[in-house]
Design a protein around this ligand. Structure first.
Ligand SMILES: [Cu+2]
Length: 257
């Protein structure tokens, strides 16, 4: 895929550039420190090399002065935490977009798939029950709940419109997984027994990759999904085409998704 090359993946969400800034700050600082230390070591090797008329001697070191480089690094790190990390974390993680203005989905991880539960045209999620889970109903949506009648579930295939926040409630059916879309710079653990909210806003139409970032079993490496960011029109067309085709079985249960 053209979205991935030697450097960072394409920036396809509203906060991708901000996350990348942190990566660049840290890398630039590490390169600077590496270069300065290398020059310093090279200087010591030459200045204190073995040669006639010189012999090793114990010299007095001012301990406070010798701590100056460490103090500079510590000052830099605390500055990054205070000026970049805390403000970024609080603005991206401590508040969520309004449900009214967002695409709201439930994302349920399992060995080794990503299930996405869309609420259907009524915008309401039907009740789910673990007892109702089977191959045709991977999330156990309760067919007797009217709110769930138009819900649909996709497996390893998610679609979102460009320029609108996506609010996802992330959970897991079995073990800990981690929802990771490199192009959006979003990564969040899916923990069994917890529903963890996350959000992102896609800013670039295209096809991107979702992977699992937490070793979760033998199929971890193939636990991936496609995320398609579309224009609003294309998204609406896709959404309308996904309305569940219902056939009442003997139990009245929805048989096809
Ligand atoms: Cu996984």
């Amino acid at each position: 895929m053209g979205n991935y090359s030697w450097l960072l993946p394409v920036q396809a969400s509203s906060f991708a550039a901000r996350i990348d800034l942190g990566l660049w700050i840290i890398h630039a600082a590490m390169i600077l420190i590496f270069v300065l230390w290398t020059i310093f070591f090279a200087y010591l090797l030459v200045a204190y090399r073995q040669r006639d008329g010189h012999k090793a001697e114990r010299i007095h070191i001012d301990h406070w002065k010798s701590l100056a480089p460490d103090a500079a690094v510590l000052f830099f790190e605390l500055s990054v935490v205070a000026l970049y990390v805390i403000p970024t974390w609080s603005s991206l993680k401590m508040s969520l977009p309004d449900e009214k203005d967002s695409i709201v989905v439930n994302i349920v991880a399992e060995q080794f798939n990503w299930n996405v539960h869309y609420p259907g045209p009524d915008g309401k999620f039907g009740k789910r029950s673990a007892a109702l889970i089977d191959f045709s109903n991977p999330l156990g949506i309760d067919p007797t709940d009217p709110a769930g009648a138009d819900d649909f579930v996709t497996v390893n295939d998610m679609h979102f419109p460009v320029g609108k926040p996506v609010l996802a409630r992330l959970s897991s059916k079995d073990v800990i997984h981690s929802f990771f879309i490199p192009a959006f710079r979003i990564k969040q653990d899916a923990v069994p027994g917890m529903v963890v909210p996350l959000w992102f806003e896609p800013t670039l139409e295209g096809d991107y990759e979702v992977t699992c970032a937490q070793l979760c079993g033998v199929g971890h490496a193939i636990m991936r999904a496609d995320v398609k960011v579309q224009s609003r029109t294309d998204y609406d067309r896709w959404f309308a085409s996904m309305a569940p085709v219902k056939k009442a079985g003997p139990s009245g249960a929805t048989e096809e998704w």
